[in-house]
Design a binder for this molecule. Structure first.
Ligand code: NAD
Ligand code: TDX
Length: 331
């Protein structure tokens, strides 16, 4: 199969490309605009006869049309992905997440091509800490931030194009990913690289917010299962039962890196900060037989810490600008 992967130079997209090369015979064409979040080095070392790279924007209808004409299926990761950026400047989120997804849907319709749309659990809003319920594919949409509202909009466009035009699409909403190649603006890599740089980790507010962590490689195996065996028009939630509060995660990073567990600072909270996400992935597991491989969060985190220690050349160019952005916002 010839796969077109949008956003394949980003964190989760590049992990997916590595996964596809390792576990299938598919050929991958990456379409990526190389925004601040895209990095060609995340695809280094992959065989040239399996992966090709196109530098371009998903809002470029002519380019997208051309690439859809050469592919058998499309996996759509490209997005503006960071909540704090969406609070500082929402516009690029509308352009890429909404207009970009619309552009792909129109091309999918013209070419009758199979499309898998990648989304997030944040479209469902947040849960109370003691709520026994977790998100399922019937949970009502209730996004909080400019980021999550544009992802919700993109999901609804996909569903409308399935129903109105018969586009052959599936959707997935995944919880928080961790692993190699994640930008240093995100929580886990920010704290790991802070410790490497002798900067104290920064916890928003009291740090009681809960995220449901999954390794990016487990996200990739789930997407491949949906692409190959998922029912058209369906939404699958992807999660690995990894709920942890932020304070626990920071303390674990510090301990694994040989520091005192309390050697971090509390900083100002994020506006509108979602309290808790939690995924019920029963549908994915029962229908498609998917199971996560990285059951041990502490082991996965230790491997991720090693990766950042061994790949400073990959993340160092982005570190100072990221910390300057946070300093300006009191984070
Ligand atoms: P990322 O910010 O690391 O990567 C995004 C990639 O998309 C970058 O390579 C960037 O250059 C590219 N891109 C951005 N705008 C583009 C455009 N207009 N045209 C072409 N390419 C463009 O993001 P990520 O964390 O890897 O997230 C990937 C996808 O997974 C997103 O759709 C996100 O909503 C979703 N998701 C992320 C998480 C998470 O924990 N990070 C969880 C669930 C879902
Ligand atoms: O320095 C920090 N300190 C801190 O306490 C940062 C950067 C974050 N946080 C908190 C905020 C969140 O509660 O950590 C948690 C995780 O923050 P992010 O890494 O920014 O992720 P989040 O906002 O949860 O969104 C992520 O998961 C869902 C991805 O960025 C999204 O793309 C995905 O859709």
């Amino acid at each position: 199969m010839r796969l077109l992967v949008t956003g394949g130079a980003g964190f989760i997209g590049s992990n997916f490309v590595h996964h596809v090369v390792a576990h299938t015979d598919h050929h991958v064409t990456v379409l990526d605009a190389l925004t601040y979040a895209g990095n060609r080095a995340s695809l280094a070392g992959l065989p040239a006869d399996r992966v090709s790279f196109v530098h371009g924007n998903i809002t470029d209808a002519e380019l997208v049309d051309d690439l859809f004409g050469q592919a058998d299926a499309v996996v759509h990761y490209a997005a503006e992905s960071h909540n704090d950026n969406s609070l500082a400047d929402p516009r690029p989120f509308l352009d890429t997440n909404v207009i970009g997804t619309y552009t792909l849907l129109e091309a999918a319709r013209r070419h009758d091509i199979r499309l898998h749309h990648i989304s997030t659990d944040e479209v469902y809003g947040d849960l109370e800490l003691d709520d026994p319920q977790r998100f399922t594919d019937t949970t009502p949409y209730n996004p909080s931030s400019p980021y999550s509202s544009t992802k919700a909009a993109s999901d609804l466009l996909v569903r409308a194009w399935v129903r109105s035009f018969g586009v052959r699409a599936t959707l997935s909403n995944c919880s928080n990913n961790y692993g190699p190649y994640q930008h240093v603006e995100k929580f886990i890599p920010r704290q790991i690289t802070n410790v490497i740089r002798s900067i104290r980790p920064k916890l928003y507010g009291a740090g009681l917010n809960v995220r449901d962590w999954i390794h990016a490689d487990d996200h990739s195996s789930a997407v491949l299962a949906i692409l190959e065996r998922g029912r058209l028009g369906e939404t699958y939630l992807i999660g690995a039962d990894g709920e942890k509060d932020n304070k626990t995660v920071v303390e674990l990073i510090l301990t694994l890196m040989g520091q005192d567990a309390d050697a971090y600072d509390h900083v100002s909270d994020r506006a509108g900060h979602d309290l808790r996400y939690a995924i019920d992935s029963t549908k994915l597991r029962d229908e498609l037989g998917w199971t996560p491989q990285y059951g041990d969060f502490e082991a996965g985190l230790a491997a991720t810490i090693d990766w950042y220690r061994n790949n400073e050349a990959w993340w160092a160019p982005a570190k100072d600008a990221t910390e300057a952005f946070y300093a300006k916002r009191g984070h």
